[in-house]
Design a protein around this ligand. Structure first.
Ligand code: SAM
Length: 248
C-alpha cells in the first residue's frame, strides 16, 4: 500500500535522500500555509536549503566554509530564490550571535555532527535557536554501515578498529571523527532536551548495489529504500541515520 511518505517523496528526490525528504515533507505539510524560518547548520552548497526556499520558506545557511557558501549563493540565484536564502559564515556551536534565539521553526544539521569538535555544543546551540514546538532534522554517519563496508572491501583491521573505538573512529586516516548508531545519536539529542520522534535509515541499499541495478529501475529502488528505512535491522545498517526531533 502506498503511504503518505512515499507519495510526498516521489516528485522531489532520488533514492539517496528519499527517506529524509519524506520526513521533511511531512513537517512542511503539517505547517501548510506558513512560511517557515529554516536554519541549515553546516548546510554546505545548499542541496536542501535551495529546494526548501523553492517551496516558499526562508532559509539561513550557517557554514564554516566560504567556498561552500559562495556555491550556495550561486545555486540560490540560479534557482531564482536568492531573496529567500541567507548565507552566513559561522560555527555551528555559536549560533546565538547569528540567529535570534528561540526563533527557528525547522533546523537541519546534516552530515555535520560527525566532523565537529564538540557535537553536544552544536546540539545545544540548535536547541537554543529552535522555537518551542520547532523541529530538527539530524543526519549522521552510521557506524554499522562503515564496519560492513570496510569488511566487505577486505579492510578487516579497519573494520575491527571501528567496532572497538568508543566514537566509531577508524584511526588516523579516517576522515570522520565519529559515527553513531540509533541509540547513541538518540541519546545525544535527548540529553539536550529534544524529543526524538522518528529515526530512519538513509541509503540502506543504495551504496551496496551495483550501479547497473540502481540505474535499471530507480523507482523500484526508491520504493524499497522507503519501505526499509524505518525497519530494524535494515534501518540500522543504512549508511546514514536520520533523526527527527522536536523541542517541546
Ligand atoms: C559533509 S558537508 C554536509 C553539507 C550539507 N549539510 C549536506 O548534507 O549536503 C559538512 C559541512 O559542514 C560544514 N562544517 C564543518 N564544521 C562546521 C562547523 N563547526 N560549523 C559550521 N559548519 C561546519 C562544512 O563546511 C561542510 O559544508
Amino acid at each position: 500500500m502506498e503511504t503518505a511518505s512515499t507519495r510526498t517523496a516521489r516528485p522531489l528526490v532520488p533514492a539517496r535522500t528519499a527517506a529524509v525528504w519524506a520526513v521533511l515533507r511531512r513537517e512542511l505539510e503539517r505547517n501548510e500555509g506558513r512560511e517557515l524560518t529554516v536554519l541549515d547548520v553546516g548546510g554546505g552548497t545548499g542541496g536542501f536549503a535551495v529546494p526548501l526556499a523553492q517551496s516558499g520558506h526562508t532559509v539561513t545557511v550557517v557554514d564554516a566554509s566560504p567556498d561552500a557558501l559562495a556555491a550556495l549563493t550561486r545555486r540560490a540565484a540560479d534557482a531564482g530564490v536568492a531573496a529567500r536564502v541567507r548565507a552566513v559564515q559561522g560555527d555551528g556551536d555559536a549560533l546565538a550571535g547569528l540567529v535570534e534565539p528561540g526563533s527557528v521553526d525547522l533546523i537541519l544539521c546534516h552530515s555535520v555532527l560527525e566532523v565537529v569538535d564538540q557535537p553536544a555544543d552544536v546540539v545545544a546551540a540548535i536547541v537554543a535557536a529552535l522555537r518551542p514546538g520547532g523541529a530538527v532534522s539530524v543526519l549522521v554517519a552510521s557506524r554499522a554501515a562503515a564496519v560492513l563496508g570496510r569488511a566487505i572491501n577486505g579492510h578487516l583491521r579497519s573494520a575491527l578498529a571501528l567496532v572497538n573505538d568508543e566514537d566509531g573512529h577508524a584511526g588516523a586516516r579516517d576522515t570522520l571523527r565519529r559515527r553513531y548508531d540509533a541509540e547513541t545519536a538518540g541519546a545525544l539529542l535527548r540529553s539536550a532536551g529534544l524529543e526524538v520522534e522518528e529515526i530512519h535509515g538513509v541509503r540502506v541499499l543504495t551504496d551496496l548495489l551495483p550501479a547497473t541495478v540502481v540505474e535499471e529501475d530507480p523507482q523500484a529502488l526508491l520504493d524499497l529504500e522507503l519501505a526499509l528505512s524505518a525497519r530494524p535491522p535494515f534501518r540500522d545498517i543504512a549508511s546514514q541515520l536520520h533523526l527527527f526531533a522536536r523541542r517541546r
